[in-house]
Ligand binder design. Structure first.
Ligand SMILES: [Ca+2]
Ligand SMILES: [Ca+2]
Ligand SMILES: [Ca+2]
Ligand SMILES: [Ca+2]
Length: 161
């Protein structure tokens, strides 16, 4: 009897440990659990993802969506650098947002530094199962700001309509 009780207690402890560790798995400590995190290994609390492909702006230098951050992406960045929008004349969601890796509303040398760190690597990585799957577009993170997919004043600030 005691043996069964001990076994049952051990199983309960094991299950609760698995459930608990699954819930708090957050390698980059940004408060977004790994499976909801569109940049699993880079802290991006806001989950900004301007092109809504499931890879957050902080870890997505793959603008042409071929899964590699390569030469075509560099040329794409270059032709949109620098960029400082004029809210009076630019559309509400300008296409240049995707080059704004830190979500501060501008494309400048800080974004180039981030792009350089991503260059020649695979895109991501993302914890979202829909990431990079065109049939699942848009692939927005349920973490961060929920339904806001891009940020205009930094990862800590959601865009507000
Ligand atoms: Ca993250
Ligand atoms: Ca993206
Ligand atoms: Ca690419
Ligand atoms: Ca920026």
């Amino acid at each position: 009897m005691m043996k069964h009780l001990a076994l049952a207690a051990a199983l309960v402890i094991a299950f609760s440990w698995v459930a608990h560790s699954g819930a708090i798995s957050d390698a980059d400590s940004d408060g977004v659990s790994a499976r909801n995190d569109n940049c699993e290994l880079v802290a991006n609390q806001g989950q900004c993802d301007a092109d809504r492909d499931g890879y957050g702006d902080r870890c997505d230098g793959d603008y042409n969506n071929d899964m590699i951050v390569g030469g075509p992406d560099f040329l794409d960045f270059k032709s949109n650098f620098p960029w400082d929008p004029n809210p009076a004349t630019d559309p509400p969601v300008p296409p240049q947002w995707k080059y704004d890796h830190n979500g501060d509303g501008k494309v400048n040398t800080e974004d180039f530094t981030t792009f350089s760190s991503l260059f020649s690597l695979s895109v991501g990585q993302s914890g979202l199962s829909c990431a990079g799957d065109p049939t699942s577009f848009p692939c927005d993170s349920p973490g961060g700001y929920g339904n806001w997919w891009f940020c205009e004043r930094g990862e800590g600030t959601a865009w507000a309509p």
